[in-house]
Design a protein around this ligand. Structure first.
Ligand SMILES: [Ca+2]
Ligand SMILES: [Ca+2]
Ligand SMILES: [Ca+2]
Ligand SMILES: [Ca+2]
Length: 175
C-alpha cells in the first residue's frame, strides 16, 4: 500500500427508516478516480418483503459532478434514499424494511477503468428498521406497526398512514 491510505466506506448512521437519506463517504481512494457504490440486501437478512433486493448502483467521480465534497481529494461523498415501497410499485412493504444492507464501494484506481488489477474496494453495512421511537413514544402495538407504515410526519404528531395489507393510504392518523 506504500503511503496510501487504506480505502474505507462509511455511512453517517448505522440505522435508518424508510425514506431517510443515507450520506455515504468513501475515503482513501485514488485521487480523481471514479467510485461505484453498490447496495443490496444481505441475503441472510433481506427484510420484511422477503426479496434480496439489489439497488441501482451509483457512480461518482472524485471531484466531479455528484461528489458532494466538491474537491479532488481521494474522498467521494454521495447520498442514497432508503426505499419506501416494494420493487418500485408504490405499494407494499419497503424493499429494505428490517433488512441489513451491504454497501460496497469500488474505485477504478489510477487507470480510470473498472475490472483491472488496481481496482480497490471497501465495504460496510447498515440497517433499515422501523423507528423504535414510534413504538415507545406513541404507545403503538406491534400489530399496528405491521399493518401500517407511517410515511411522513406532517406535524409533530400527525402523518399519512399506508395500510401495508392493501397498499391504500389511510386518512391522516395520529401517531
Ligand atoms: Ca472528493
Ligand atoms: Ca428486501
Ligand atoms: Ca423488494
Ligand atoms: Ca482499475
Amino acid at each position: 500500500m506504500d503511503q496510501q491510505e487504506f480505502p474505507q466506506v462509511e455511512t453517517d448512521k448505522e440505522d435508518y427508516a424508510p425514506g431517510e437519506t443515507v450520506t455515504i463517504s468513501a475515503t482513501g481512494f485514488e485521487l480523481g478516480s471514479t467510485i461505484k457504490f453498490e447496495i443490496e440486501d444481505d441475503p441472510a437478512d433481506p427484510g420484511d418483503d422477503g426479496d434480496v433486493d439489489a439497488y441501482d448502483p451509483i457512480e461518482v467521480t472524485d471531484g466531479g459532478e455528484g461528489d458532494l465534497d466538491g474537491t479532488e481529494n481521494g474522498q467521494v461523498v454521495t447520498t442514497w434514499e432508503v426505499p419506501t415501497d416494494n420493487n418500485g410499485t408504490g405499494l407494499g412493504p419497503p424493499d429494505a424494511l428490517n433488512a441489513t444492507l451491504n454497501l460496497t464501494a469500488t474505485g477504478t484506481g489510477a487507470d480510470g477503468s473498472f475490472g483491472t488489477a488496481d481496482d480497490r474496494s471497501a465495504t460496510t453495512t447498515f440497517t433499515d428498521s422501523f423507528p423504535q421511537s414510534f413504538l415507545t413514544t406513541n404507545n403503538l402495538s406491534i400489530d399496528e406497526i405491521q399493518k401500517y407504515l407511517i410515511v411522513g410526519l406532517k406535524s409533530q404528531d400527525n402523518g399519512d398512514a399506508v395500510n401495508l395489507q392493501n397498499g391504500e393510504f389511510g386518512a391522516d392518523r395520529d401517531v
